[in-house]
Design a protein. Structure first.
Length: 160
């Protein structure tokens, strides 16, 4: 079953890069007591994700934070090393937290798995964005496979 508005984000562990290397971070730590703009991409370094999706959130980060968003986070079914390298290549700095869902367990828990085995990419996560307030989904923008219409930064900015 796919997560929906009003649902609570499941409590689980993700990875992110720190100055000491990859580290676990809990979803509770990310979402509890905060307003978070989370967006998911099918893969780091992929065309739409690199040309449009991530850059849009980097560009609009200050505007989102002015509207009360404390964290903007990008998640993908990739490892923390890949997410860190992609963030550096995209000059993300501290504007967007780069989260790794290496085994796709978060995607599975949300019901947003995307089967890209035919393309040699395994199981990934669908492209989406969501506004989460204190762990509860307030907005959800789930894309159809191959689309990039509703999970962009401009749509999120209007929903905050």
């Amino acid at each position: 079953m796919t997560i929906k508005v009003g649902d609570k984000i499941p409590s689980m562990k993700l990875k992110h890069m720190t100055t000491n290397g990859p580290a676990e971070i809990s979803t509770d730590e990310i979402f509890s007591g905060k307003k978070v703009a989370l967006f998911s991409v099918p893969g780091a370094f992929t065309p739409t994700c690199s040309a449009k999706h991530l850059p849009g959130y980097v560009e609009k980060a200050a505007e989102m934070k002015k509207k009360g968003v404390s964290t903007i986070a990008c998640i993908s079914v990739n490892d923390a090393f890949v997410m860190d390298a992609w963030g550096k290549a995209q000059n993300v700095g501290d504007k967007v937290m780069m989260l790794a869902d290496g085994s796709g367990q978060f995607a599975k828990a949300l019901g947003v798995e995307l089967d890209l085995n035919a393309m040699g990419l395994g199981t990934r996560a669908k492209r989406y964005s969501m506004l989460v307030d204190n762990g509860v989904v307030k907005q959800l923008n789930l894309e159809e496979p191959g689309a990039f219409k509703v999970s962009d930064a401009d749509t999120m900015l209007k929903q905050i």
